[in-house]
Design a protein around this ligand. Structure first.
Ligand SMILES: [Zn+2]
Length: 270
């Protein structure tokens, strides 16, 4: 997936005109909110990703996709949340998991704070499987309690993109962890943090009750790797990021159109 029409990638995205949440002040934030422009929050985790990827992998991946989307939509890119609900990896040292209710409460608190100043919608780019359920519950509560619509972007189109770009199969259907997918994206997004000399495959045997029965992943995998990271490359990572960005952009475009019709304009001072 190279040639015309691909996304320009992180280097150019960093030069694009969008409010960087790490750098802007309150007046820029106010103007962005008053104009009803999009807001993007990347949400990762701090959890084991095998011997070759950093604990902050999910955060770096979500931040990279969010950066590309912020550049595309002129969105206010909020600082990434670097912790998530990752209880299934808690048996590995270094994994620092938040509880389900903490994740839910953080998102709801942020929605309330944004709503106070006129925001009626928020886009969350989620990089961690365990966050899905608490974020979904918080999104429902945000709609009911503060009239904020939250779109949760969970790597849309991932399975199809992975099937097109990757050489190896996932350890289980829809299960991508410290494998060729995540390693390729990290080689594209944060190459200095990847130790390919430590990359080794593991295809763990899942218990027949998985995932119907909760299982700690250290009881299933010795290394924390699920799949084969060895054929990963930065080029594959860029192709995957381009595909994910396209799919996410389609979803966000629909979301912005729908919420434009159904929500009230942001409050303005008289
Ligand atoms: Zn991950």
């Amino acid at each position: 997936m190279t040639g015309d029409g691909v996304d320009k990638g992180a280097e150019q995205a960093r030069d694009a005109p969008f409010p960087d949440g790490e750098r802007i002040g309150w007046q820029q934030a106010r103007d962005h909110l008053t104009a009803g422009k999009p807001i993007i929050l990347p949400w990762g985790a701090y959890e084991q990703h095998g011997p070759h990827l950093p604990l902050a992998t999910d955060t770096a991946m979500a931040a990279e996709l969010a950066l590309r989307l912020a550049a595309r939509f002129g969105a206010w890119l909020l600082p990434a949340i670097g912790y998530g609900e990752t209880a299934n990896n808690a048996g590995f040292p270094g994994t620092l998991s938040l509880s389900f209710d903490t994740v839910r409460a953080i998102l709801l608190d942020l929605c309330a704070a944004l709503a106070r100043h006129g925001a009626r919608r928020l886009i969350v780019v989620n990089g961690d499987f365990g966050n899905q359920a608490p974020l979904k519950l918080a999104a429902r509560q945000a709609r009911q309690q503060c009239d904020v619509s939250v779109l949760i972007v969970d790597y849309p189109g991932l399975e199809q993109a992975a099937a097109e770009v990757l050489e190896t199969r996932p350890a289980a259907p829809g299960f991508y962890h410290a494998d060729e997918f995540e390693t390729s994206v990290m080689l594209a997004a944060a190459p200095d943090s990847v130790r390919m000399d430590r990359a080794a495959p593991e295809y763990p045997r899942f218990p027949p009750t998985y995932p119907a029965l909760f299982a700690e992943l250290d009881t299933i995998s010795a290394s924390g790797v699920f799949g084969d990271p060895r054929p990963a490359s930065a080029e594959k990572g860029r192709a995957l990021l381009d595909a994910l960005t396209r799919q996410a952009a389609t979803l966000i475009t629909e979301f912005l159109a729908e919420t434009n019709q159904t929500t009230s304009p942001p409050r303005r001072p008289e």
